[in-house]
Design a protein around this ligand. Structure first.
Ligand SMILES: Nc1ncnc2c1ncn2[C@@H]1O[C@H](COP(=O)(O)OP(=O)(O)OP(=O)(O)O)[C@@H](O)[C@H]1O
Length: 540
């Protein structure tokens, strides 16, 4: 048998199987003989784990049949050996067991002949239970949704299909018929790949290694902080550093300005600073300068004397500064503070003094002021909307909290942690599929962690099935994803898998005509096929 030098080692295995050969003659592009690819060469390639490599790298000048991994007796007696014994030749098993991909071999009737170790690893199933058992029985027992071997026997050609197995894993199986010299199918060799594993690899390549490296996730998560009812998830070394910095400044009374988009956790960090400071026995008060009308902020902050202005209480009112004496006052959205109040606040910040509205008495306070803004305060200073002196007074230690889309490696751990939290709260047992997690890492999360918490709670409450898939995500999440990805960028693996899935469904529909039969063929529920067809705008 002659093969080209640039075919892969994996392809060579197929030739060995097909031809019952133990040596392949290798030629170059011009069909000129360059050497032999032997079973010895194959063993070397497998030991190197180089199944995708070209066979050219393993070409030998001559053949030592004595070192062939096929027993010479087997070759001599080939004619009288039955197919089963031939395949189960010990050395063949060694090769098949050293492959990383799963291999499942059946005979021409659909009885299981061989299952390699990788198949057991990928599926979690025990090979011993299958040997000698017919595929129909394995389906009936619910181990697998569909037999690719039986499909190959029916169609008499290679078949690739997605298969669902008992523990909800999904695998991609390619079944290839192997023919005898008389042209009859003698075996079906199924090579098996785990979609989950492929996606995990992709995560690793993308730097989303927290997903695949659970030790790293655990060690990052072990430092989660629980302090006075605050539950802080520390899902990356960067966030850990952020909290370490916050803890360091907490020990002093310096002013801290937290900057970052809405929902990134600025208030939470302010609270954390208070809890870690010596003031933690006193109050922590918060004023959102953007949430109340400008004329009320002054009264809220400084308080007023009885009847100080029309509509004022006749008893007067203590301002937040007074109430927070000894503790911490957190001024959120400080960029929204009107300019005239900024002057008054500057006095508090510089001298720890202020006056109630309608009073001439100067009050002394001991308040630690922390502030935050999602607006760029420097820019506001440049545009004359924020006082420069106040900016520098408040910004002794700046802490910038990055948006979630810039700390992608945290998305999956946070999703999982909040899922746990809401599973507990609603006594549920939901889980995300890896495709769904993959999808959510693509989302731009304009509302940051607040948005993430909301969507997880919503999904836990609204999803009927235990498994949360991409199809359960609200429409806007999927639209955002599509809008971000139709601009001719290279395809991600997830997109490629999705495209593959779409095509497979369309092809199967053309063939089987009804969604029930498509669902049967692809080993998924009919409702899932209907949903998917809707998504890809195909009329059934
Ligand atoms: N590391 C974290 N661990 C757990 N929960 C977090 C974490 N960071 C933020 N959150 C939660 O996310 C939500 C939003 O956080 P927070 O209110 O602190 O954001 P913010 O930046 O102050 O937003 P805004 O600018 O809109 O006030 C809160 O429920 C908070 O508890």
């Amino acid at each position: 048998m002659r093969v080209k030098k640039n075919i892969s080692v994996e392809e060579a295995i197929v030739h060995f199987n097909k031809q019952r050969a133990d040596v392949l003659e290798v030629t170059d592009e011009a069909n000129k003989f360059v050497g032999y690819f032997t079973l010895d060469s194959l063993q070397i390639a497998i030991q190197k784990g180089d199944l995708a490599g070209e066979i050219e790298n393993y070409v030998a000048n001559d053949v030592h049949l004595s070192s062939s991994i096929i027993d010479e007796d087997v070759i001599r007696n080939e004619k009288v050996m039955n197919e089963y014994e031939y395949l189960l030749n010990k050395n063949y098993l060694k090769i098949l067991n050293s492959l990383h991909d799963g291999v499942y071999i059946t005979d021409q009737h659909g009885f299981t002949v061989f299952v390699n170790r990788a198949y057991e690893r990928i599926t979690g199933l025990n090979a011993n239970e299958f040997i000698g058992v017919h595929m129909n029985e394995i389906i009936n027992k619910g181990y697998i949704s569909k037999s690719i071997s039986l499909e190959v026997i029916k169609q008499k050609k290679p078949v690739t299909m997605m298969q669902k197995i008992i523990n909800d894993r999904k695998i991609i199986v390619t079944g290839t018929p192997i023919y005898s010299s008389e042209g009859n199918i003698i075996f079906i060799i199924n090579s098996v790949r785990d979609i989950t594993e492929l996606l995990k690899l992709k995560h690793e390549l993308d730097g989303l290694h927290y997903w695949s490296n659970s030790d790293e996730v655990n060690s990052a998560l072990q430092s989660d902080i629980n302090i006075n009812e605050l539950e802080l998830y520390v899902s990356s070394p960067e966030t850990k550093k952020l909290f370490e910095l916050a803890e360091r400044v907490a020990k002093t009374d310096v002013k801290v300005l937290l900057q970052g988009e809405t929902g990134v956790g600025k208030s939470l960090i302010a609270r954390f600073i208070h809890e870690k400071s010596d003031r933690n026995k006193e109050v922590f008060l918060e004023l959102n300068c953007g949430a109340i009308p400008a004329n009320l902020i002054e009264a809220e902050l400084f308080g007023y004397e009885p009847g100080a202005f029309t509509g004022a209480s006749k008893y007067g009112k203590k301002g937040l500064l007074e109430q927070a004496d000894g503790g911490t006052l957190f001024l959120d959205e400080i960029g929204d503070l009107p300019l005239e109040l900024q002057v008054k606040l500057l006095k508090v910040v510089e001298e720890n003094r202020y006056m109630r509205i309608g009073s001439t008495v100067v009050q002394e306070v001991d308040v630690r002021i922390l502030s935050a803004s999602h607006k760029d305060l420097k820019k506001l200073v440049r545009n004359g909307k924020f006082r420069e002196d106040l900016f520098y007074r408040l910004n002794i230690v700046p802490i910038h909290v990055p948006p979630l889309r810039n700390r992608k490696q945290e998305i999956i751990p946070l999703l999982q942690r909040f899922l746990e939290r809401f599973n507990e709260k609603y006594n549920a047992n939901k889980r995300f599929t890896i495709e769904c997690l993959e999808y959510l890492t693509k989302h731009s999360w304009p509302g940051n962690i607040r948005e993430l918490i909301n969507i997880v709670e919503r999904l836990v409450v609204t999803t009927i099935e235990d498994e949360i898939t991409i199809y359960h995500l609200p429409e806007e999440y999927r639209n955002v994803f599509l809008a971000n990805n139709h601009n001719g960028e290279e395809m991600t693996l997830k997109e490629a898998v999705e495209q593959f899935e779409n095509n497979l469904i369309k092809e199967t529909l053309t063939k089987y005509k009804t969604t029930r039969k498509v669902a049967e063929a692809l080993g998924v529920s009919q409702s899932s096929i209907v949903q998917k067809l809707k998504r890809i705008n195909v009329d059934q």
